[in-house]
Design a protein around this ligand. Structure first.
Ligand SMILES: [Zn+2]
Ligand SMILES: [Zn+2]
Length: 302
């Protein structure tokens, strides 16, 4: 079977791992989706291509994924691969850590115009990942991050798309920005990194919390507290692959087919029936992005 996608565009920012992909977990009883992944990034001793990723995912009850771009090249790739592969939808954006560099080279507006253009493609269902990252970007890059974040919020609203937020050490400013300019109808905190307080605030606003493999980490009690207080109809699951491999597989590459580890862990934390929890996760995902099979249910194209 031929892979419809071009070769991997990227390697991991930390250079990648020598380890191989872990064995497949036991399948989930009801299919769910990985709502945030980066299949363009090669990782491990034997990197998987898009087709291999999706076949393995399907074999354990992961029906599809949202492939997420972080710059112009990966956003284009995401839109293209989602147009060819029915098990993928795309999200397009400039990552907050890209914004200061683009602004410094005078190309931020041009890059935002490309994102706006890609947002009109039929299999593009979210603008992301965008947001604020005060961990990797210092004071002098923040102006560009705010400007880029606000432009992405505007694009999401104009195209009737969901928003996938990257929030690293910037909870207060992310929330203040969303409240100031008005959040899109479907707003997702990807790789949710807050605690109970932010989870309650998000619940009041109707925002979604997407939990990644780090919810399984021993020191992540704050994430589990957030999970416990989050409304069930606002919870999503993701990999952020190839990063954030869940326990007990840390140190090996992550991939959508490993989502069952995180889902089982979350169901245990919540003390809920696994099949019912999977049904809820799948319904939440479709409520945010629309169906993988059909045209978007809520899209109001500009
Ligand atoms: Zn992120
Ligand atoms: Zn990501």
């Amino acid at each position: 079977m031929s892979d419809p996608s071009p070769a991997h565009l990227r390697t991991r920012s930390d250079g990648g791992r020598a380890a191989e992909y872990p064995p497949a977990p036991e399948p989930l009883p009801v299919a769910v989706y990985d709502n945030h992944t980066h299949l363009e990034i090669a990782d491990g001793a034997l990197p998987l291509d898009v087709h291999e990723h999706l076949e393995r995912a399907a074999s354990v009850g992961i029906a599809g994924a949202v492939q997420v771009g972080t710059d112009v090249a990966t956003s284009r790739w995401s839109a293209e691969v989602a147009a060819l592969e029915p098990r993928l939808l795309a999200a397009v954006a400039l990552h907050p850590n890209e914004a200061p560099e683009l602004e410094a080279s005078g190309t931020l507006d041009e890059a935002l115009a490309v994102i706006d253009e890609l947002a009109a493609r039929p299999r593009v269902r979210a603008i992301g990942e965008t947001g604020l990252d005060f961990f990797r970007t210092g004071e002098d890059g923040r102006g560009a991050q705010f400007r880029s974040f606000e432009a992405h919020i505007d694009i999401a609203k104009r195209h009737g798309l969901a928003l996938q937020i990257h929030d690293r050490d910037a909870h207060d400013d992310v929330v203040a920005t969303l409240r100031r300019v008005g959040a899109p109808e479907r707003t997702v905190f990807h790789c949710f990194s807050g605690g109970e307080e932010l989870a309650r605030l998000a619940a009041d606003e109707g925002w979604y919390l997407s939990f990644a493999g780090n919810v399984t980490f021993k020191n992540a009690e704050n994430l589990r507290e957030a999970l416990r207080v989050a409304p069930r109809d606002r919870i999503l699951v993701e990999t952020d692959a190839p990063y954030l491999t869940p326990v007990p597989l840390r140190g090996r590459p992550n991939a959508p087919y490993l989502v069952p580890h995180t889902v089982r862990f979350m169901a245990e934390v919540l003390g809920v029936d696994l099949a019912e929890f999977c049904e809820q996760l799948a319904a939440n995902t479709v409520a945010v992005y629309g169906s993988w099979q059909d045209e978007p249910v809520t899209g109001a194209k500009a």
